[in-house]
Write a protein that binds this ligand. Structure first.
Ligand code: VGL
Ligand code: ZN
Length: 243
């Protein structure tokens, strides 16, 4: 019995040492990068593109680029804003309030929006031209009627996780590339929370579009820089394999 075990043990060591990455440092780097890096696509949904309830200017222009970038990543995650009717972020839920006004909620000041991304609606659906069939996870957020969630990681109460950190960490991912809508809201808060959760975070600027209300774009760029989010252009990664 002892002999059998040690033979099997030796065979396992032999198999391990056959690991070809060991003999090929370039392959090693690229294979490891593929396993530890994910593309996180934020809220590329009908309501955020021109014609939608909360249209982000040029929101549809980024779809072909995101599709192309997606081909370079083994791990792709999609975030989907997914609100129940009467959600606390809707102006219509607060009598006398208008979209783009604010209201005080238990977790702080909440910007009010037109009704958008209603669960199951056409507006909440992912953009039909988005072609990321190998994406393994769609994380839905903003589902709690009383709490908004710009971030794909953490609801606006800063206490309720969406589960995305756990998913990524359990998959061994340490680096995320973020793209999508809107740069100055959901992409920014997702990138900030990615940093808080300990991930390396890159935002691919030309694969994002912003709402840009009252200087929100400039403020978002500054906040991300201060948090150590790396702001890049797609030319820095386009065609590079993360797969
Ligand atoms: C978003 C406002 C409200 C976004 C979502 O995806 O940036 N913005 N809900
Ligand atoms: Zn929303």
């Amino acid at each position: 019995m002892a002999v059998g075990q040690s033979v099997r043990g030796a065979r396992a060591v032999q198999l391990l040492s056959k690991n070809h990455f060991k003999e090929d440092p370039i392959m090693n780097v690229s294979a490891n990068r593929a396993l530890t890096t994910a593309l996180v696509v934020i809220d590329v949904q009908n309501d955020f593109i021109p014609g939608g309830q909360l249209a982000v200017p040029g929101g549809d222009e980024i779809v072909p680029l995101i599709n192309r970038l997606g081909q370079s990543f083994r791990h792709v995650v999609l975030a989907q804003d997914w609100h129940p009717a009467g959600h606390a972020s809707f102006a219509s839920s607060h009598p006398g309030k208008q979209p783009f006004g604010t209201v005080q909620l238990p977790y702080g000041e909440q910007t009010l929006w037109p009704d958008h991304c209603l669960q199951g609606s056409h507006g909440a659906a992912l953009h039909p031209a988005l072609k990321l069939d190998h994406a393994k996870l769609i994380i839905r957020k903003g589902c709690n009627p009383d709490i908004d969630s710009y971030s794909a990681f953490m609801e606006a109460d800063h206490q309720t996780p969406t589960g995305l950190t756990g998913y990524l960490k359990e998959r061994g991912i340490d680096t995320v590339y973020l793209v999508g809508l809107a740069l100055d809201f959901c992409v920014m808060f997702s990138a900030l929370d990615a940093r808080l959760a300990g991930f390396n975070a890159f935002v691919v600027l030309d694969a994002c579009r912003g709402i840009d209300r009252e200087g929100s774009m400039a403020a978002a760029i500054r906040r991300m820089q201060e948090a150590g989010v790396q702001l890049i252009e797609s030319s820095a990664i386009d065609g590079r394999p993360f797969a």
